[in-house]
Design a binder for this molecule. Structure first.
Ligand SMILES: [Zn+2]
Length: 140
């Protein structure tokens, strides 16, 4: 399942779940996604604004920083989970994932690094990979 932030032509923003990115593309191209506020069928994925860490004192009291910390905590949890349950294959990720993907006998979880080009190639082959923002542990 994947959650997208969506925005209609009248700038209403809402969230919706899809089983994968392909399902979103399919529904979107058939105009089967409807704004929950105005029923407009002109709905696009909205780009989430990037999180910026600003050291300004005023902003430290800001809610957005608290949210940032919360997200960061979640990301650390994800990182720990991945490190515990996935095998690190480092730079061989693109090669290793093909080994696992095309060999039904192999079934293991792996993680590692891939260049944007390699990631594109994997996508073209129909191999869904997810990139995780890799946060430092124990920074605070
Ligand atoms: Zn709308």
């Amino acid at each position: 399942m994947i959650k997208y932030n969506l925005k209609c032509k009248n700038s209403h923003e809402f969230e919706s779940w899809f089983s994968n990115s392909k399902e979103f593309e399919k529904l979107s191209s058939k105009k089967m996604i409807e704004c929950m506020h105005c029923k407009s069928k002109e709905v696009k994925k909205s780009i989430m604004s990037p999180l910026v860490l600003n050291k300004d004192e005023k902003i430290k009291k800001d809610k957005s920083l608290k949210d940032f910390k919360k997200v960061q905590k979640e990301l650390i949890k994800i990182r720990k989970f991945v490190e515990k349950n996935f095998e690190n294959v480092g730079k061989d990720f693109a090669r290793e994932i093909r080994n696992v993907y095309y060999d039904n006998r192999k079934n293991k979880n792996i993680y590692g690094n891939a260049t944007p080009e390699e990631t594109e190639e994997l996508k073209e082959e129909g191999i869904e990979v997810t990139s995780i923002p890799w946060v430092k542990k124990g920074d605070n």
